[in-house]
Design a protein around this ligand. Structure first.
Ligand code: BMA
Length: 360
């Protein structure tokens, strides 16, 4: 814990200067304190926008009080996950149909309630015009970097994303995790689609634009590769300590052809392996760490929360875990329980562990 105590002061100045802390410093402190105390905050993607059987209809006036997580656990998640995909084109709604005006209001409201907001980004493919999953060309990253044919257009894309985050307000600290799952090759910025140097340049360029050109100093930068990798692969595209505040990892349980029991046993072993190397890296680099995305689609393991995930994560200093979204238009695509779900009690029990934090 000594290292975490030291790390507590990273980026925040000396302790007697606390009143001068920026919103970012405060969030860094808060997350380090969770890790130090063995507490883990829970987060859910798109929690306030829609759930398994509902969605916000009145974008402008809805009080944003509904949440599948709250329906089950009686409390909101600490982290609200949002996705910027679509903002780059100036769209009104993101790739999953969430209006950006609603997203802004929800981020502000969630912060007022004491919650934390985190943003991922699934931008379209700037070279082909396809979506984030269009991996038909390995020239995309190159094309948006300095001297590339899409450099100027991509700068406009960055400016639209920055405009949106800026519009949330300087007092709301934001965890931003662009260019995620970068070791696998399913996004145009993935492992086989660009060189490590190109990836690093992309990440640093994004950081520099947001931080220096736009002065967005309320952002905590999360590096979140997919976790099914070796530690050396995880770091192979790391942009550098200066550009990263949180080491994250995205990792899911997949059932595949075998039984759910086998899948859960495999996943808990894999999660322990990943969090072990992430812990070593977080000490080495003096960074916070988190499980930036996780889940089991459809929660087909009746005790996934209490017997698969909890026994592993409780042994590690991750500040938070975030499970993916409960789609309102795809009945099988949910990662948090909802009222009436057959295994909802298991998530409720998880929310009642002393060291698992929800928003009271
Ligand atoms: C994926 C799925 C998609 C969604 C995307 C971005 O994992 O949930 O349906 O469009 O994330 O949120």
């Amino acid at each position: 814990m000594l290292l975490f105590a030291v790390a507590l002061c990273v980026g925040c100045g000396s302790r007697d200067k606390k009143p001068m802390e920026t919103p970012k410093d405060q969030l860094v402190h808060r997350l380090f304190t969770y890790a130090e105390n063995g507490q883990i905050a829970y987060g859910h993607q798109d929690d306030l926008f829609y759930g398994h059987t509902w969605k916000v209809e009145d974008y402008e006036n809805d009080p944003l009080e509904r949440s599948d997580v709250k329906d089950v656990a009686g409390k909101y998640p600490v982290l609200l996950g949002c996705d910027l995909g679509g903002i780059e084109l100036g769209a009104d709604k993101n790739l999953d149909g969430v209006p950006f005006d609603l997203m802004r209001r929800a981020a502000q409201k969630h912060a007022e309630r004491g919650g934390i907001v985190t943003f991922s980004w699934h931008p379209r493919n700037p070279l082909t015009g396809g979506d984030a999953w269009d991996i038909s060309s390995d020239q995309v990253v190159k094309s948006i970097l300095k001297g590339g044919e899409k450099e100027r257009e991509f700068r406009t894309w960055l400016s639209r994303a920055a405009d949106f985050l800026e519009s949330i307000g300087p007092d709301v600290p934001i965890i931003f995790r662009p260019w995620h799952e970068n070791i696998g090759s399913w996004f145009w910025w993935g492992g086989k689609l660009c060189t490590p140097e190109e990836y690093q340049e992309l990440y640093r360029h994004t950081w520099l634009y947001f931080t220096k050109d736009r002065g967005l100093t309320n952002i905590l930068w999360c590096y979140s590769p997919n976790g099914d990798v070796r530690p050396e692969d995880y770091m192979s595209r790391y942009p550098g300590d200066e550009f990263v505040d949180i080491l994250g990892v995205d990792t899911y349980e997949y059932v595949g052809g075998g039984s759910v029991e086998e899948a859960s046993a495999r996943f808990s072993g894999e999660l322990r392996r990943i969090l072990t190397f992430l812990t070593a890296l977080s000490y080495e680099h003096q960074k916070l760490m988190c499980l930036s995305e996780t889940g089991l689609e459809g929660l087909v393991d009746p005790s996934w929360w209490t017997e698969t995930v909890y026994p592993v994560i409780k042994d590690f200093g991750i500040s938070y875990l975030l499970t993916w979204r409960n789609a309102h238009d795809k009945p099988e695509h949910f990662y948090a329980a909802w009222k009436g779900f057959e295994y909802e009690e298991d998530m409720k029990d998880f929310a009642e562990f002393d060291n698992i934090l929800f928003l009271d």
